[in-house]
Structure formats: structure tokens, C-alpha cells
Ligand binder design. Structure first.
Ligand code: PMP
Length: 395
């Protein structure tokens, strides 16, 4: 038995699951024409699985801000935030994020993934408890393991179960961090955050919300689920990413706890990884301005999301419970899901294929994500293709 045996086992699984020459998990976008169109396997496709909710990857002002920074500040920082990797743009962005959320403190990390690793492992440790939604993102699970805190899962979005778990903890709730997401990344459903916040208050715990998929999407000002639910004051820590609505890469945490600033000294994923490139920071700062100055993008996003969700619902497909920019179609078997994914691609539509365990509850998913930049014609074309092929994969 060598260390490579487990990888060779994956090759066997891949062989049984994927026909020769088809690998939905290694797709190359050969050309990218806009935030909604690219080329895959020599064919022009509509990109309907990108998390590019506001379509800002091709926003002219974001591109210009990045280009200007690139020529003035160079290609990278070549160092971590704690060493030589904090330029004035990183600090400016932190202030702008704090202002946007009306919070006293903000901290910028290199990705959303390492934000969760860094924040959760800095906030909790042995002797503490993390109570997390069972459908939490992999970065949250990994962070919980890293932290050494006791990890307790509650059933997805089930407030009775959350309360049961908190009640059992007794006085330990004072050292308990509850973690939920604003919009869940796979099924696109929302956390019942007002109820989570009420339970946090009742049991004297702490709460963190990952707004990766809800920032720029929910709330009158685009601040996410906490804003939409009216509980920003009750949420202790909001984490998010620059890789979705803001169209770049990086992550952040905002909070009114001044101790957030001290996380910089203990968070290994802040101290020991290079900081985002200055041009990335420049485009994110501009994108944050766009989120604030163009609420019409959010309106358009929701119009598009509703058009797709309602159209697919009319076809009788089994969808995630809440309409929104993530529209997940549940498919009974991996084989059917793979067949449908390939048929969509052959007809010029790229969506995400998700197999368990990445998809919850043993399901396979065709995961679409919609953007403010999609046109009604693109969405109608997606609906037309789904209607023509639905018999081949509906459950
Ligand atoms: N949190 C959630 C809920 C996510 O869905 C993701 C990415 N899909 C992340 C964190 C990680 O973000 P990033 O891609 O910026 O590392």
C-alpha cells in the first residue's frame, strides 16, 4: 500500500462514472467573450453556471481600475498581509467595506475559502463549540476541523433542531459560534436568519453568516441576507468573497467587535499566504462602488432569476425550494444528470454538474447560476433547450 493508492481508486470511480472523453469537472473555457458567453470545446456557449451575479467581470470601470493599478503598482504584492503584502489599496478597501456594512472593522483575505479558515480558526478553539448548518460549504467544515472546537451540525435550515442543539449545551452557549450561509451555494435556498438571530439572542451564543452568494444579491443595499432579514445588529461576523458578485478574487470579514483587528495576528491564512494583487483590489473597490451606485443591476438579476426559475418550474422540473440566482435542478441519478449536462453543452449551454457529496442529500444537480448580464433571449433559449430534452432526465 502506497500513498498513491487512494488516488488510483479515484481513477476507477471516474472510469465508471464518466464516459471516455467527457469530464464535466475539468472543463476548459477556451475563450471568454463576456460575462455570459465563452467558448468550450470549440463551440460558443452561454455561461449559465458562473456565480457572476452582477456580471461585473467585464464592467468597463472595473477593468480600467485594474489596468491603472496594474501599470502603477505591478502584478502582485509577493507577500502576505502581515509582511510586505499590505498596500494602501488593501487598507482602503477594508475601510470601504466597513463603511458599506456600517461596521467598525473589516479585514481582507486572499480568497473566500481562506477567510473562513482564518476567521473560524481564530475565533474558536478547544473548549469552544461550533454549531453549523449541515449544508455548510467545505471551507466552513475544514475550518471547524482546524479550529479544534467541538463541532455540532444541525439539520439544514431546521430551527427546531438548532434550538435543540443549543439547549443541550447549557452554559456552554456563551462559547458557541453558530454558522450559517445567507444563500446556500448548491440549492440556492436562504437561511431563516431572523430565527437564527433570535435563537442566538435567546441562548447567548455568537453568530457568523457567510454571505458569499448573497452579497450584492439580497437586501435593499445589496449587503446580503442579514440586511434582508433586518438582523445586521445581531450578527457578530459577516464573511464574504470577492469572487461572485464582485467579479474578482479575495475574501473579507466585517464586524462591530473591535477584536476583529487582532485576528490579523493569529489567523494563519492571513499571516502565511500572499495578499490579493493590487489590480484585483482596485477592481473590487470599483465593483463595490457599482454595487452601491447601480441597484438596477440587482433588480435585473432578480428579473432574470425569476424568469429562469418560473420557466423551469412550469416545465415541472424539481427545483431548489426558493427562487433566486442559483437555480438547481434535481436529477435522480448521476447518469441522467451527466447525460443532461452533456446535452446542454452540445446545444451551447454551460451549467454546473454537481454530484454527491458536493450536492446535499445524495442528489445530483444541474446547477444554473444567473446574472444581471444575461439577456431575456439567452434565458428563453435555455428554457427552450430544457423543454426539448426534459423527458430524458426528469425524475
Ligand atoms: N463560502 C461559500 C458559501 C462558498 O460557496 C464559497 C465558494 N463557492 C466560498 C465560501 C469560497 O469562496 P472563494 O471561491 O472566494 O474561495
Amino acid at each position: 500500500m502506497g500513498i498513491l493508492d487512494k488516488l488510483n481508486a479515484i481513477a476507477t470511480t471516474r472510469q465508471t462514472l464518466l464516459p471516455e472523453g467527457v469530464d464535466p469537472f475539468n472543463v476548459v473555457i477556451e475563450k471568454i467573450y463576456s460575462s455570459t458567453e465563452g467558448s468550450i470545446a470549440g463551440q460558443k456557449v452561454i455561461l449559465a453556471g458562473t456565480n457572476n451575479y452582477l456580471g461585473l467581470t467585464f464592467d468597463q470601470q472595473c477593468i480600467e481600475a485594474a489596468q491603472e493599478s496594474l501599470s502603477k503598482e505591478g502584478t502582485g504584492t509577493t507577500g502576505s498581509r502581515m509582511a510586505n503584502g499590505t498596500f494602501s489599496g488593501h487598507r482602503d478597501l477594508e475601510q470601504e467595506l466597513a463603511l458599506f456594512y456600517g461596521c467598525s472593522n473589516a479585514i481582507v483575505f486572499s480568497t473566500g475559502f481562506v477567510t473562513n479558515l482564518g476567521m473560524i480558526s481564530a475565533l474558536t478553539g478547544p473548549g469552544d463549540v461550533i454549531v453549523l448548518d449541515a449544508d455548510s460549504h467545505a471551507s466552513i467544515y475544514d475550518a471547524c476541523k482546524m479550529s479544534g472546537a467541538e463541532m455540532i451540525r444541525f439539520r439544514h435550515n431546521n430551527m427546531v433542531d438548532l434550538e435543540k442543539k443549543l439547549k443541550r449545551l447549557g452554559p456552554r452557549t456563551a462559547k458557541t459560534l453558530i454558522i450559517v450561509e445567507g444563500i446556500y451555494s448548491m440549492l440556492g435556498d436562504c437561511a431563516p436568519l431572523a430565527e437564527v438571530a433570535a435563537l442566538k439572542q435567546k441562548y447567548g451564543a455568537w453568530v457568523m453568516v457567510d454571505e458569499a452568494h448573497s452579497m450584492g444579491v439580497l437586501g435593499d443595499h445589496g449587503r446580503g441576507m442579514a440586511e434582508a432579514a433586518g438582523v445586521e445588529q445581531e450578527v457578530d461576523f459577516i464573511v464574504g468573497t470577492f469572487s461572485k458578485s464582485l467579479g474578482a478574487i479575495g475574501g473579507y470579514c466585517v464586524s462591530n467587535h473591535p477584536e476583529l483587528d487582532l485576528v490579523r495576528y493569529v489567523s494563519r491564512s492571513y499571516v502565511f499566504t500572499a495578499s490579493p494583487s493590487p489590480s484585483t483590489i482596485a477592481s473590487v473597490r470599483q465593483a463595490l462602488r457599482v454595487v452601491q451606485s447601480k441597484p438596477q443591476l440587482r433588480t435585473k438579476l432578480w428579473e432574470n432569476a425569476d424568469r429562469l426559475y418560473q420557466g423551469l418550474e412550469k416545465l415541472g422540473l424539481e427545483l431548489g425550494p426558493d427562487p433566486g440566482p442559483i437555480v438547481a435542478i434535481r436529477v435522480a441519478t448521476r447518469e441522467k444528470a451527466l447525460f443532461a449536462w452533456k446535452s446542454l453543452l452540445d446545444q451551447g449551454i454551460y451549467v454546473n454538474l454537481v454530484f454527491p457529496p458536493a450536492a446535499p442529500a445524495g442528489m445530483s444537480l444541474l446547477r444554473c447560476s444567473i446574472s444581471a448580464a444575461h439577456t431575456a433571449e439567452q434565458i428563453d433559449y435555455i428554457l427552450k433547450v430544457f423543454s426539448e430534452m426534459q423527458d430524458s432526465f426528469s425524475n
